[in-house]
Design a protein around this ligand. Sequence first.
Ligand code: UTP
Length: 421
Amino acid sequence: MNEQVEYEEAIKKLKFYNQEHLLNRYNYLDEEKKQKIINQIKNIDFDQMKDLYSKRDKKIEEKDCKITNIDYIDKSKLTKEEYNKYYNLGKSIIEEGKYAIVTMAGGQGTRLGYVAPKGTFKIGGGVDKSLFEALSDTIKEAREKYKNSIPWYIMTSRENNNATEKFFEKNDFFGLPYEDVKFFKQGELPMIGIDGKLLLDETGIIKLAADGHGGVFEALDKSGYLEDMKTRGIEWVFISGVDNVLAGLVDPIAVGLSITNGTLATGKSVVKRSPDEKVGVFCKKNNRPYVIEYTEITDEMANAKDKNGELLYGESHILTNLFNIKALEEIAKNKLPYHSAFKKAKYMDSEGNIIKPEKPNAYKFEAFIFDAFESLEDMSILRVKREDEFAPLKNAEGEDSPNTATQLYINYMKRKEEGLV
Ligand code: UTP
């Protein structure tokens, strides 16, 4: 199709959706950008964007929703027999090369305020290692222990993919075989201004933003890496974020538990510190696995205790979950709901000025990984020790900051050296 025809089709589509402003800067773009914005207009599902905008401030509707607590197994309280049973089941899977890891590293790390990909952030306190290197160490150690390959799939975003790949190249993939480390980009959605108009980015094309960690399923599928996993004979896939340096990436117990329970997923949890801690907790919604967010839980539920005096809804979701490949295939077939967040977003106005807003000005739409749990009939929950498996890095200072994450990492390494973990 020639340029003029493509342009006219794009204008027609935009007029229909009341978004013609998106081509106001067209004549100022170079050829490459012109083609890019035309392709964006072709590919964007404007009906979906209209729908997302109209529901931007609404919570996702809960119809006839019944929340109940979910059973869990405490890893530290397993009997020797139970432990060995789960361990041996999981160990065979890993030894047979049927285990893979996915690290979600497409986030922007806004709260940390670090400009490069979060995985390249160095752990302080004399530990001269980036998050990526620390995770690589865990994988290398497991490869030696289980004497087989454990492919590692890293989800990046359009914005940080090049920097991430370059970082691995510069560091010789931290000693991992490069054919076992794969990168794939997550999906994106346009950002929408308060008035319902899509924004242009600083270069004059439509402003897109990463579609949330829930985008992992679709991105794995679209990138061809779900197929790659199947070709390699992978059966169990552990998925976690890049910003938990203690994530127990290779966990035979989680695999053994899922196999024993006949569930297609195991979510790892840590005990909620107090009823008002701002974390989502595992539960059941209409008898299906679910994570209820701290903004949704009632005070009564947050404070409810079980017969042992522990919080009934006390299993915090820490973004470390194991999935059977069949579950991933099923989940990838359906779209997860999108949640909206009101953010500050730099953009180009119709006169070509770059606007850097001081307060939130646009809606970003994100899918959350835990919204996939509901599509599973059941899920096992494995409670793990916070100090062994959870060192989140979110903020520049205070809670979940470089200081706290580094200290947790150092303490863990010390206990490991002493043979305590
Ligand atoms: P968070 O949303 O907690 O953190 O993501 P963030 O995006 O790194 O930082 P903020 O919120 O901007 O401050 C938790 C994990 O999920 C990944 C992140 O990289 C992190 O490992 N994630 C998040 C993605 O891979 N893609 C996304 O779109 C969002």
